[in-house]
Design a protein around this ligand. Structure first.
Ligand code: C2E
Ligand code: CA
Ligand code: CA
Ligand code: CA
Length: 278
């Protein structure tokens, strides 16, 4: 019957999803521990919209697995979180990124490096003990690092997250709220939050040059941020028109394909050499 056929299709799709998750978990464990060179970092520049200089690069992980192919971070990070693997992923990201940051400094670059943390990372003191130890081993400091934490993760962790942010700020890290605008934070929450930067989610920026709703939203976020003395980073700037709107409205920092895609280390160095943004 139709019902039975629907049930079979449904079961198959659940199974396919389950199998994919299982494969991701198994393969990721291998990639994290064995020397397969399947994980790598790419870096996406952020520019100051007044000076037009690179002020920071965001570190983003990439995974090219020998059987699964390229797995997007949006997919495997979430699975790693639920499988208790995120701690290892973050450790890998931090180790790799700090080595590259050491290299940037040796080359004479002064920009900061932004690292994405997931909700479990911010609840885990070991992550920050390790980060601080690795920083000092490399002659780097917390002021070289920006930590990006999503709005929804902060909201989920409530008062505890607030204390963590205070501690991190006291240690000298720059803090950014990622995906801002998607987590429904209240105004009073924003007032109390000890962060430096708001990153407007790219969903509000991608169509900025044509969508009047997005324009109103971004404009509102910018005046709100100014009121609370927060810097705003707009991600997802894909065209010159959006860049000019943001510049005109006093947005401090922009990031997006119009400026540069995320690049592997060597390509970033070439880009930095050839670009007008340095
Ligand atoms: P995110 O932190 O919000 O990162 C921004 C995403 O937008 C990145 O996708 C970036 O490549 C993409 N993007 C940047 N500019 C543009 C643009 O102009 N247009 C469009 N359409 N997209 C743009 P990516 O690298 O695939 O990462 C997706 C998400 O995966 C990240 O979102 C972050 O939540 C997570 N992620 C990536 N790397 C890491 C990591 O090392 N650790 C953790 N915990 N999460 C990570
Ligand atoms: Ca981010
Ligand atoms: Ca985002
Ligand atoms: Ca995200």
């Amino acid at each position: 019957t139709r019902n039975e056929r629907w049930l079979v299709t449904y079961k198959e799709s659940i199974e396919a999803k389950y199998l994919r998750r299982l494969a991701i978990i198994t393969e990721l464990k291998q990639s994290l521990t064995a020397e397969r060179n399947e994980l790598s970092m790419v870096y996406q520049p952020k520019i100051n919209l007044q000076t037009m200089q690179v002020v920071s690069v965001e570190a983003l992980i990439r995974w090219d697995n020998h059987t699964l192919g390229k797995v997007p971070p949006d997919e495997f990070i979430q699975i790693a979180e639920r499988a208790g693997l995120i701690d290892q992923v973050t450790h890998w990201v931090v180790t790799q990124t700090l080595q590259h940051l050491r290299y940037f400094r040796d080359m004479g670059f002064a920009f900061t490096v932004a690292i994405n943390l997931s909700s479990q990372d911010i609840q885990n003191p070991v992550v920050f003990e390790r980060l601080n130890r690795q920083l000092s081993e490399l002659g780097l400091s917390a002021s070289d690092i920006e930590l990006e934490i999503t709005e929804s993760d902060l909201l989920a962790d409530g008062p505890h997250a607030f204390q963590t942010l205070l501690n991190l700020k006291a240690q000298g890290f720059t803090l950014a709220i990622d995906d801002f605008g998607t987590g429904y934070s209240s105004l009073s929450y924003l007032k109390k939050l000890p962060v430096d930067n708001l990153k407007i989610d790219k969903s509000f920026v991608l169509k900025l040059s044509t969508d009047t709703d997005d324009q109103r939203l971004v404009h509102t976020i910018l005046s709100l941020a100014a009121m609370f003395e927060l810097n705003v980073v707009a991600e997802g700037v894909e065209d010159e028109a959006a860049l000019h709107i943001l510049q005109e409205w006093g947005c401090q920092v922009a990031q997006g394909y119009f400026i540069s895609k995320p690049l592997p280390l060597q390509e970033l160095l070439v880009w930095l050499r050839d670009t007008a943004y340095t």
